[in-house]
Design a protein around this ligand. Structure first.
Ligand SMILES: *Cc1c(COP(=O)(O)O)cnc(C)c1O
Length: 221
């Protein structure tokens, strides 16, 4: 896999668009990540805690690690010392645990709230209403160690471009109302290998691209 060429290609596509590329390296060996790192690419996304911790321990310490998968409360403690951004916060309970572990590490951890936008019910996330409730100031009084910096969403698994576009556009509308109201909210994480071009057209500011950089995954984790 020409990893470096793939990254350069995507970087060219997003140039001047205010979009940040996260290279999703789940299931891929450290050697492959290092190919990217060695040419100066330092933002990786992982979705399994144990795998992320192993890679963090083996690799250089100036990497920005993004956690993008479903996060269990009891595993937050393993990534709290070093994670840069958690994309997949789907409950208030999880946010409370992230705050607790961030405090233990003297950190403020940036989080995105994952919003449920797909038609299928296999994708996790919260509804817009749950998100609004979480953002109520009284819920935040006791969470000084987390900062909600944006939203994340994943579309229905379909080839129907119209459907995908509609789901991204809906999230963008919700994001815009929130970012107008809360100054910390500035990241909209949407778009993967198959749909990031549409996501960018619909207002994404952060794309999470795996297979288009590192090749298909053998196990579809
Ligand atoms: C695996 C994964 C990606 C990347 O998927 P590709 O289709 O390989 O680009 C992006 N976001 C999340 C949440 C993922 O789990």
């Amino acid at each position: 896999m020409p990893i470096v060429e793939n990254i350069r290609f995507i970087e060219q596509e997003i140039e001047g668009k205010n979009v940040t590329l996260i290279a999703v390296s789940k299931t891929k060996p450290v050697e492959m990540l290092m190919e990217a790192y060695n040419v100066g690419f330092k933002r990786f996304g992982e979705n399994y805690v144990q795998e992320l911790v192993e890679k963090y321990e083996t690799m250089p310490k100036d990497i920005e690690w993004h956690f993008i998968g479903h996060l269990q409360s009891n595993k937050v403690k393993y990534i709290a010392p070093f994670v840069s951004l958690i994309h997949s916060v789907d409950s208030f309970k999880l946010l409370q645990e992230i705050n607790k572990q961030a405090a233990k590490n003297n950190r403020i951890i940036d989080c995105l709230l994952q919003i449920y936008i797909a038609e299928e019910d296999t994708k996790s996330g919260m509804t817009e209403l749950e998100c609004l409730e979480i953002l109520e100031p009284e819920n935040f009084k006791n969470l000084p160690n987390i900062r909600i910096v944006g939203l994340m969403g994943m579309t229905t698994l379909t080839d129907d471009e119209t459907q995908i576009r509609k789901e991204f556009a809906k999230l963008k509308v919700f994001y815009s109302t929130l970012s107008a109201k809360y100054s910390t909210i500035k990241i909209l994480s949407m778009g993967m290998s198959g749909d990031y071009a549409i996501a960018i057209e619909e207002g994404s500011s952060m794309i999470r691209v795996g297979s288009k950089i590192f090749g298909n995954r053998i196990y579809n984790k």
